[in-house]
Write a protein that binds this ligand. Structure first.
Ligand SMILES: C[S@@+](CC[C@H](N)C(=O)[O-])C[C@H]1O[C@@H](n2cnc3c(N)ncnc32)[C@H](O)[C@@H]1O
Length: 443
């Protein structure tokens, strides 16, 4: 029937014996409270066995609900680059089994200060109007080159704060094993936000996060986390998890007990020649579905008891649903954020560093606009395989790099999309469970 809502504009589901619809676009959740609406949505999903409902009723309901499915307008202007990621080095003191950063012992070359300076100058020139810029140190392991960090911080402050009177924010992603007193002072004085990579309790972390001598890194990281706490440095943890993990709940409980803000991301393939497998299958997805339900129930119960929640993904998901935030791109790659490698080559994001053909130009010759358009995160509206997906404005189209490597129609992308929808399904459930609680808190 033509005048029903399109199937890609809503997601119908049951939770705790009640029926609901989530509307893509407005991000609103509606409880299906009467048999007429139930019959309507049953029909919408193509089920001809739905209870009788007249054409007139269908037309009226569709007219009422249409505004909830209206795709958001794109902003008139694009945000310009105000974040620069410096890939300090490809070298690393670790050899994590899943690593996409193609770190090898023979790539310990470090970025020169002149490359960093040029990249900062380019950003300031391209976007002089911003009041605040962010410099993000990445790698390889950026803490292998401490003097570089100290020098870039001094130079960036001089260029951004001293000469222009603007703000600068420093971020770093580190494996957390090389933190010393001078770095603790730098992080503290310059108000760094430090992201420490750690995958969970010792047995889980040390499965993949190993030093080049194959020893596990857990004990060293835990010691350094204590130092970050003692020095009151703003930091969080990032865990990398394979979608076929059997231990997601154990990981979540471990981090909640550690009482440090953390997020987690599932492993992704970025084309490096590794033996590590990034594939996961139906069974893994089913298992993850159950595990996510268990994790969410645990976090919801914690929240209901008024206990703090350290899981940033959970908190951000609730905030997205509460604020009805619409995501038009999967990330800021090649838009507000660009990455520069040791040789001064620009890339849209760190996942593309192993793929030389995705380079956008370099700090001396500048960005090639046509390449930027090709490799930056794309608008979800332009992505064929997203048009039919109810979660498209929650996910924004996910990772362009993975689509580039595998093709939009691949089994790999199909599984990744199903995983993303499963994650959002559980976030929506938790939002429903906590909605009145959240609204009361903000009143
Ligand atoms: C590449 S490392 C670089 C910074 C630093 N050496 C560290 O370990 O945090 C940055 C983050 O990427 C994650 N990572 C590495 N390979 C990955 C992959 N294949 N999929 C998803 N995340 C990955 C790491 O676990 C780490 O949290």
């Amino acid at each position: 029937m033509n005048n029903l809502l399109k199937q890609n504009s809503f997601y119908r589901f049951s939770y705790e014996n009640k029926k609901y619809v989530f509307f893509s676009g407005s991000q609103r959740i509606l409880e299906i409270g009467n048999p007429l609406m139930d019959a309507y949505f049953t029909l919408c999903t193509g089920d001809e066995t739905a209870d009788k409902i007249s054409d007139n009723e269908i037309a009226q309901i569709t007219a009422t609900l249409n505004s909830l499915c209206t795709p958001p307008k794109h902003p008139a202007t694009e945000p310009r680059q105000d974040m620069l990621t410096l890939n300090v080095t490809h070298g690393c003191n670790m050899a994590c089994k899943y690593c996409f950063a193609s770190t090898t012992q023979d790539r310990k070359e470090v970025m020169s200060l002149s490359v960093a300076r040029k990249a900062i100058e380019n950003m300031l020139k391209a976007n002089p109007a911003s009041g605040q810029y962010t410099i993000y140190f990445f790698g390889g392991e950026p803490l292998l080159h401490k003097s570089f960090l100290h020098e870039v911080v001094a130079m960036a402050k001089e260029e951004i704060v001293g000469k222009r009177g603007k703000k600068v924010i420093f971020l770093i992603n580190t494996n957390g094993t090389l933190i010393d007193e001078s770095l603790l002072r730098l992080f503290k004085e310059e108000k760094f936000t430090v992201t420490v990579s750690m995958d969970g309790p010792e047995d889980i972390n040390d499965e993949n996060r190993i030093f080049t001598n194959r020893r596990g890194s857990y004990r060293r990281i835990i010691r350094n986390i204590e130092k970050l706490k003692e020095h009151h440095i703003r930091f969080n943890i990032r865990a990398t998890i394979h979608p076929n993990t059997r231990k997601l709940f154990k990981i979540i409980r471990f981090f909640e007990t550690l009482k440090v803000p953390y997020s987690y991301a599932f492993t992704m393939d970025s084309g490096t020649e590794r033996k590590y497998t990034f594939d996961f299958g139906e069974i893994d997805l089913d298992r993850l579905d159950q595990q996510l339900a268990e994790c969410i129930a645990y976090l919801v119960a914690k929240r209901m008891k008024g206990e703090p929640i350290y899981n940033l993904d959970f908190c951000n998901g609730l905030k997205t649903l509460k604020d009805k935030t619409v995501r038009l791109q999967g990330c800021s790659a090649g838009r507000s954020n660009l990455i520069v490698d040791e040789q001064g080559r620009y890339y849209a994001c760190q996942n593309m560093l192993p793929l030389r053909e995705t380079s956008l130009g370099d700090v001396n010759s500048g960005i090639q606009e046509n390449r930027l358009n090709e490799f930056r995160s794309q608008d979800v509206a332009q992505l064929d395989n997203c048009r039919q997906c109810w979660a498209r404005y929650l996910c924004g189209g996910s990772c362009l790099n993975e689509r580039y490597l595998h093709g939009s129609q691949s089994v790999y992308i199909n599984m990744k999309c199903r995983l993303i929808r499963t994650i959002w399904k559980h976030r929506i459930h938790s939002y429903i469970a906590l909605e009145s609680f959240i609204n009361n808190m903000s009143n």
